[in-house]
Write a protein that binds this ligand. Structure first.
Ligand SMILES: Nc1nc2c(ncn2[C@@H]2O[C@H](COP(=O)(O)OP(=O)(O)O)[C@@H](O)[C@H]2O)c(=O)[nH]1
Ligand SMILES: [Mg+2]
Length: 233
């Protein structure tokens, strides 16, 4: 009764603070995890194709990293429940811009260009790096990075390079495993364990998601993001 209306407002404030976790916190956490993030508004806020065009937004930014084709745009569309809003390029490696989506007027989800597209010429890689580093180094920079990895494939050298770029700047990273629908439950679990080990993060902290299978919802990802932003403020 009344619980649903408060989620993501006061609720996120109290968890993951091990010093005072109460039963009520645990219950609320349960409600949040198993309920849907309510999207009140989602719109394209800004875009940038060159370092000069990168804005300095006031809202906290969640930057989305991942190889071309890993499912960045699809995940954002799923998270925002707006299939048509997100620019999804039909040619892999062609999305060279940075797209800022404003959600519920509280944060920006930032769709960054993909990397590691094997057919792209070398100059693309340099272009990617200069645009993305300009993005990261323009104040205030992202509050959190989501790093997307295809659940079927082990992280690549490029994925590790991206982690280094983020770690150098002390930007916290939330790893998200995409295309969870492509594996059986047991293979999914195995893959998440392998990934956690490779990235040296605790088991259970990598979320499997799917843009195609509603049984792998994005709510745990939302919950982490909101809890995180709340903790930073
Ligand atoms: N089966 C499956 N396919 C997906 C999923 N997410 C994305 N895809 C497909 O993977 C391709 C690349 O997705 P896209 O979101 O454009 O990747 P991006 O390049 O990282 O933005 C598209 O053909 C999507 O339909 C998913 O969760 N499950
Ligand atoms: Mg894309």
């Amino acid at each position: 009764m009344g619980m649903k209306s408060v989620k993501f407002q006061g609720v996120a404030r109290n968890f993951y603070r091990p010093d005072h976790v109460t039963l009520v916190d645990c219950y609320l956490r349960h409600v949040v995890v198993h309920d849907s993030m309510k999207i009140i508004s989602a719109e394209l806020h800004d875009q940038a194709f060159t370092p000069e065009q990168i804005p300095e937004p006031e809202l906290p930014q969640i930057a989305v990293f991942g190889r071309s084709n890993v499912g960045k745009s699809s995940l954002l569309a799923t998270m925002m429940r707006r299939k048509k809003l997100v620019k999804i390029s039909s040619t892999p490696g062609k999305t060279r811009g940075i797209f800022y989506y404003r959600v519920n007027d509280i944060l920006l989800l930032v769709d960054l260009p993909g990397y590691g597209f094997s057919k792209a010429p070398k100059v693309m890689a340099a272009q990617w790096q200069s645009l993305v580093e300009a993005y990261l180094d323009k104040p205030p920079g992202p509050t959190l990075a989501m790093h997307l990895i295809d659940i079927r494939h082990p992280p690549t050298a490029d994925d590790h390079a991206v982690r280094n770029i983020l770690e150098e700047r002390q930007i916290p990273i939330l790893v998200v495993a995409t295309k969870g629908d492509k594996l059986s439950r047991s293979r999914r679990m195995k893959s998440l364990q392998v990934m956690a080990k490779e990235f040296d993060v605790p088991n259970g902290t990598i979320f499997p998601v799917s843009a195609k299978d509603a049984s792998l919802p994005t709510d745990p990802v939302w919950e982490s993001i909101l809890t995180f932003i709340d903790g930073v403020e």
